[in-house]
Write a protein that binds this ligand. Structure first.
Ligand code: HEM
Length: 427
């Protein structure tokens, strides 16, 4: 055979670099070569082992003891002493939440805190979601053109997240938007040293802001929301619900509860408008909205990859992985694995096993907020398909915050002829 250095597959692995538009645009296509020919490979640039097939990724999610989630929020690349010094000035001490906590601490905590995520509790939020979506659409329905990200998809999930968490909505949206992006870049991106310093200042401010919100809540523990529920549970389970947890979670969840949903909604609307027949189908038949949302989450979800760390020497699909190795699980590639989903690149809102996608993870850490996210997406897409069935994507260049995990466009411009709005003719 050829020397390893000239083998095209070996070169693809050596050059693998997901911090670019092509990965953000279509991560499953970006790693197609690996999924087809080298499903587990080592990336020297990242110092991660990259896993691309469905069954392997699901098996890894199934075993949080062998595959620890401790690195889920860990900055990528060489640690930066300068950034660490800046963060220290702010007293930054982000540590374990739920998503990056090991067993058995994780399950004890998840159990103590999960009640507000049950369907009965979630139903209470539905009228708020509908009202927020309706009001936002009222604001632009006569304009004929709008950036949906700016006027609907960022704000609504953000407001829902604040209500769910119990944070009084007196937030400065610009600042919060800046906080969220900085957190994403810090935890999942690969900024230049200069960017890393700027990001560290913003993340430090976000940490202090989260601490202040938490202190305020502790003075009114009987008020609404999941974070106050957690504060009350701390009284009964002080070892399980620690102060470090509460502060770290406050910061992480403000982002996790809305960015994932904003991007998932944007990716879904883009995908639907790129498939006019499917869009026409759901405009005609609202019963198709729920399965269509699920297929959008599979085909074009808001999570590119997720991470784990091997706690012992282990084999994945015949590849020896050393203890301590970092793993990049390309869940969007798993969602396009033909071994699991027939004709996987075909967008099919009537696909029967679409719900098996891994966009919400799987197993012990599977997303607790998945039904809130789904409900928001269904209401957003339901209202848009009812009131703006004639909208279409405007010509535009999509922009992304390059990172491993959260994927979606920063803007999504759509256009329509307001004279054709159904509600002008229904009356
Ligand atoms: C965990 C995705 C919405 C709260 C996760 C994980 C993913 C994810 C991939 C890690 C799963 C794993 O390790 O197996 C998403 C997506 C969303 C979404 C794609 C929207 C479409 C939400 C919302 C909330 C939320 C709205 C809260 C209101 C959480 C929490 C965890 C989590 C608390 C940690 C669970 C644990 O480790 O026990 N999410 N999420 N998520 N998510 Fe979501």
């Amino acid at each position: 055979g050829r020397p390893a250095g000239t083998c095209p597959i070996h070169q693809q692995a050596a050059q693998f670099d997901p911090f670019q538009d092509a990965y953000m645009e279509n991560p499953s296509e970006f790693v197609r070569w690996a999924r087809e020919q080298k499903p587990v490979f080592y990336s020297p640039k990242l110092d991660y082992w990259v896993v691309t097939r469905y069954q392997a990724i699901k098996d890894i999610f199934r075993d949080p003891i062998t595959f620890s989630p401790s690195n889920v929020l860990e900055p990528v690349g060489e640690p930066s002493p300068e950034a660490a010094a800046i963060l220290k000035e702010y007293g930054y001490a982000m540590n374990r939440t739920l998503v990056n906590e090991d067993e058995p601490a994780h399950m004890a905590r998840r159990r103590a805190l999960m009640e507000p995520f049950t369907p009965e509790h979630l139903r209470k939020h539905e009228p708020t979601v509908r009202r927020l979506v309706t009001t936002a659409i009222d604001g632009f329905i006569d304009d004929g053109r709008v950036d949906l990200m700016q006027k609907l998809l960022w704000d609504v999930p953000f407001s829902v997240a604040l209500e769910f968490l119990g944070i009084e909505d007196d937030s400065d949206r610009e600042t919060m938007h800046r906080f969220s992006i900085a957190h994403t870049i810090n935890a999942f991106g690969r900024p230049t040293p200069e960017e890393r310093a700027n990001v560290a200042h913003t993340v430090g401010q976000f940490w202090q802001f989260s601490g202040e919100v938490l202190e305020k809540m502790k003075r009114t523990p009987d008020g609404p929301g999941w974070m106050r529920y957690s504060i009350r549970q701390q009284k009964d389970f002080p070892e399980v619900v620690t102060d470090s947890y509460l502060h770290s979670m406050m910061m992480a969840i403000i982002v996790a509860a809305h960015e994932s949903t904003s991007f998932a909604s944007a990716n879904a609307i883009k995908l639907l408008l790129e498939h006019p027949e499917s869009w026409a189908d759901i405009c005609k038949n609202p019963l198709l909205i729920s399965p269509a949302v699920e297929e959008c989450l599979r085909h074009n979800g808001s999570i590119g990859s997720w991470r784990r760390r091997a706690t012992r020497d282990v084999e994945i699909e015949g590849v020896a992985i050393p203890s301590g190795a970092r793993l990049l699980l390309v869940v969007s590639s798993a969602n396009h694995d033909p071994r699991q989903f027939g004709d996987p690149d075909f967008f099919d809102i009537r696909r029967d096993n679409t719900v098996e996608h891994l966009t919400f993870g799987f197993g012990a850490h599977q997303c607790l907020g998945k039904n809130i996210g789904r409900m928001e997406m269904q209401i957003i897409i339901g209202e848009l398909s009812r009131r703006l069935p004639h909208m279409r994507l405007a010509d535009q260049t999509y922009q992304y915050v390059h990172n491993l995990a959260f994927r979606g466009p920063r803007g999504l411009v759509v256009e329509w002829d307001p004279a054709q709005n159904p509600e002008r003719h229904d009356a």
